[in-house]
Design a protein around this ligand. Structure first.
Ligand SMILES: Cc1cc2nc3c(=O)[nH]c(=O)nc-3n(C[C@H](O)[C@H](O)[C@H](O)COP(=O)(O)OP(=O)(O)OC[C@H]3O[C@@H](n4cnc5c(N)ncnc54)[C@H](O)[C@@H]3O)c2cc1C
Length: 542
């Protein structure tokens, strides 16, 4: 099969890119190739509260990766859920719509990513966004990615918000407006009370004749003629097939699998590739390096009230009518994303932007919900927004179907643990403020009055990712960066990377909207390159 463009991976970056490219180049054919299944009719994807079931287990729609044992986490292996299937991680994520802080993008520009300052990227956030609150200088209302207020707000999320204000934090009704700092309810990527994954936003609800979707096809490697990418090799239905790309191949397989695919294709640290018998096409030492992820600590508290989501007879009794309300009207408690509220806070005054993020979950989320509890409760997460620790992704095997080796080196830089300790203390201030304290209950793994040393110990035993790995195919203006500011892979031709892996640093917020923004921008880069090509090269009749 032959196409003009082949995009490997139908996650947040891949879906946004594929659909926009199909708009911008109506004369081009595009294939969007995905290892996992279609997710259009998957109830656990579409029903927001399904996130609680989609995240904890490895399954058809979740890779459920594990990290190497982490010395900073008392030797534990971290858990890394990643979406598999159309929508990628946006099909299993918590739907929170945030973009990070404007200064994060100005920093990208300072790092050599020309054209990626806040003023450069804001129009693409707005173009992608279909905010139900309407458009203004910060927001778009006509984009495919529907952003809405939650249709259901748990009474405990209201308690959290009141408690946070009692603890001295400022309320904020729009984390993506002029001021990021403060506490409030998150806006979510939902349409009519259902998840608006990036696949729903850009692919399922916008049929485009020049875009072909191919599900259940694992890309094994990029094929080359010399140093020019010519297509991909995929495994599907038990066979290995070749797909040809007349113009370009784009990897959009996410922060773990894009560097993996580059390495399986011979682009990566030379000695590492040789050690696995992969012929080296281009020695690119930073492929798979610079892994950055949000390290997170959770304060879990069990309460007697059954208002939160939990396992109990009263809880189950509420679920049955709630299910019918959801199916009929797209309303009610099953439209909750569980992490309904939170905020961006500073560990000390005088910082130029918040350095900690809070997620308040209306359930006991213990170990990514892998450890389930009978009864009800809530969880207050706090994460370090710009960790200093850096990790790696390397190959376990030259076969891209085998999970890569993920080593985030969490808390290897002591500054991250220091900051998480401060974050845990601020979270405690909120939990002990009257509006939450009056609900009573018992903390599961923490207790009031813990010393810093005790907090360090409990953090090492319990902290883990809050799911935002980036930077493993770092974009930059320098020769060592993996992709240039137009997302072209250095050292070869006809190959780009378009997903969270290209972010040069981790932005201070959740990463879905920024990845969609990357996809929007990439479509313009590729369309501009197409316009600049003579018709003969494109195979188009003059
Ligand atoms: C549990 C969880 C909760 C999250 N919560 C939020 C949130 O509330 N808000 C937010 O903004 N962000 C959230 N995120 C993060 C956000 O969803 C991701 O940053 C974003 O989706 C990453 O997009 P991506 O395109 O880089 O990768 P992905 O969306 O992960 O897409 C990669 C795609 O490539 C496919 N692929 C991989 N390898 C191959 C191969 N060899 N062949 C073919 N296809 C392949 C995968 O199957 C996948 O579909 C969350 C993430 C997770 C996992």
């Amino acid at each position: 099969m032959e196409f003009d463009y082949i995009i490997a991976g139908a996650g947040s970056g891949g879906c946004a890119l594929a659909s926009r490219l199909a708009d911008l180049c109506p004369d081009a054919t595009i294939a969007l190739v995905e290892a996992g299944p279609h997710t259009e009719h998957n109830l656990f994807v579409n029903m927001p509260v399904g996130v609680a079931a989609a995240v904890p287990f490895r399954m058809k729609t979740n890779y459920g990766y594990e990290t190497t044992p982490q010395p900073g986490l008392a030797g534990r292996r971290g858990y890394q859920p990643r979406g598999r299937g159309f929508g990628g991680s946006s099909a299993i994520n918590a739907m929170i719509y945030t973009r990070g802080h404007p200064l994060d993008y100005d920093e990208w520009a300072q790092l050599g990513c020309e054209g990626w300052s806040w003023q450069d990227v804001l129009p693409y956030f707005r173009r992608a966004e279909g905010n139900e609150r309407g458009a203004n200088a910060w927001h778009g209302a006509d984009g495919p990615l529907t952003v809405s207020d939650l249709r259901f707000r748990n009474p405990f999320s209201h308690r959290f918000l009141k408690a946070a204000i009692e603890a001295g934090f400022t309320p904020n009704d729009d984390f993506n407006g002029p001021v990021q700092e403060g506490v409030g309810f998150y806006q979510v990527t939902q349409r009519d009370g259902r998840r608006c994954s990036v696949a729903r936003a850009y692919v399922y609800d916008r049929a485009q004749p020049n875009l072909t979707t191919i599900a259940d096809a694992a890309v094994l490697r990029v094929t080359f003629d010399g140093r020019r990418a010519t297509g991909i090799e995929v495994a599907r239905d038990g066979r290995i097939e070749r797909l040809t790309a007349r113009a370009e191949v784009v990897l959009a397989a996410g922060a773990f699998n894009s560097p993996q695919l580059l390495m399986c294709s011979g682009i990566g640290p030379g000695a590492h590739l040789q050690s696995l018998g992969v012929p080296v096409l281009y020695d690119a030492p930073e492929v798979g390096r610079n892994l950055i992820d949000h390290i997170d600590f959770t304060l879990n508290k069990r309460v007697w009230s059954s208002e939160t989501t939990g396992f109990s007879l009263r809880g189950f009794a509420k679920m049955v009518p709630a299910f019918f309300t959801f199916m009929r009207e797209g309303r009610g408690m099953l439209t909750s994303n569980v992490a309904e509220a939170g905020g961006f806070i500073k560990s000390r005054p005088g910082l130029d932007r918040p350095d900690l993020q809070l997620h308040f979950c209306t359930a006991i989320v213990d170990d990514h919900n892998r450890h389930m509890h009978w009864g009800h409760g809530y969880s207050l997460h706090v994460c370090v927004l710009r960790p200093a620790s850096r990790g790696t992704v390397t190959l376990a095997s030259p076969d891209a179907r085998v999970a890569p080796v993920i080593d985030p080196q969490f808390l290897s830089d002591p500054r991250d643990l220091d900051l998480l300790v401060e974050g845990a203390k601020l979270a405690r201030r909120i939990v002990e403020a009257p509006s939450l304290a009056s609900a009573g209950g018992k903390e599961l793994y923490t207790k009031p009055g813990q010393t810093d040393a005790e907090l360090r110990e409990v953090i090492a035993r319990r902290a883990d990712t809050i799911y935002h790995p980036v930077a493993t195919c770092r974009m930059g203006g320098d020769a060592r960066s993996v992709v240039d500011p137009q997302l072209r892979v250095r050292g070869v031709e006809g190959l780009r990377v378009v997903d969270a892996s290209v972010m040069p640093t981790l932005i201070g917020g959740n990463t879905n909207a920024p990845t969609v923004m990357v996809g929007e921008r990439a479509a313009e880069f590729i369309a501009a390159a197409r316009r600049a090509q003579p018709a003969a090269v494109l195979g188009v009749a003059a």
